[in-house]
Design a protein around this ligand. Structure first.
Ligand code: PGA
Length: 250
């Protein structure tokens, strides 16, 4: 049985004040949702604050990215080892916004995945196709290629300690959620592809859906066999909405 995971991705949002009230508002919903794991991924500068606020609660947390290096002359980067030191459990890698705005290739993302695991973080590998690729029926191919780069570098067993987030780029921040049927179909294909390497790993890995996942769309999405929770952007900034999504997974 795969435990559902509902993870917020705050992106570049928040203030010390809003982060404090948001985490405080999530303590109760996270404690009540005993069948679901709750996590938030915060801008790096707020991770220390989240660490303090989440202490002794059921809220797990992570970073939105990490560097491939652990230390050295890499101005502005965030080391996975440092991220781990602040109590993070997760590090998102390969978010489409990183791929798009920071030109992160599949190879760079795979290296980040590896660096995160070496620092004892659980990488949350984001994959997904653009609108043009979706319309050209290339979704499966794109997802396989993105997975393959990680399999090539880290091996299939690396997915024993990783999470996958399928996030169709055309659904991120657009209000256009993939239908439960479309999402389930892609999730099943992702799992089948992993199963072609290792059935056991494929059966156990959590595959989250992301892309305009909200209080309204979450229940039907989470009811799908191969959808193990969500990676939630916009709605994770609103405590009531995020709590409703947590409930839907519970
Ligand atoms: P969204 O973002 O929920 O705002 O669409 C999801 C994500 O980018 O992880």
């Amino acid at each position: 049985m795969r435990k559902p995971l509902v993870m917020g991705n705050w992106k570049l949002n928040g203030t010390k004040e809003s982060v404090t009230s948001l985490v405080k508002a999530l303590i109760e919903p996270a404690a009540q949702a005993t069948n679901v794991e709750v996590a938030v991924c915060a801008p790096t500068i707020f991770i220390g604050l989240v660490e303090d606020l989440a202490k002794g609660t059921e809220i797990n947390y992570g970073s939105e990215d990490c560097d491939v290096h652990t230390s050295g002359a890499f101005t502005g980067e965030n080391s996975p080892v440092m991220i781990k030191e602040f109590g993070c459990k997760y590090a998102i890698v390969g978010h489409s916004e990183r791929r798009q705005y920071h030109n992160e290739t599949n190879e760079v993302v795979a290296a980040k995945f590896k660096a995160a695991q070496e620092a004892d973080l659980i990488p949350v590998l984001c994959i997904g196709e653009s609108l043009a690729q979706f319309e050209a029926n290339q979704t499966t191919e794109v997802c396989k290629t993105q997975l393959q780069a990680v399999i090539d570098l880290c091996g299939i067993k690396a997915f024993e300690k990783a999470v996958i987030a399928y996030e169709p780029i055309w659904a991120i921040g657009t209000g256009k959620t993939a239908t439960p049927e479309i999402a389930q179909n892609v999730h099943a294909q992702i799992r089948a592809y992993l199963a072609s390497f290792d059935k056991d790993v494929a059966a156990k890995v959590q595959i989250l859906y992301g892309g305009s996942c909200n209080a309204k769309t979450a229940p039907e999405l989470f009811a799908q066999e191969d959808i193990d929770g969500g990676l939630v952007g916009g709605a994770s900034l609103k405590p009531a909405d995020f709590a409703a999504i947590i409930n839907a997974a519970n």
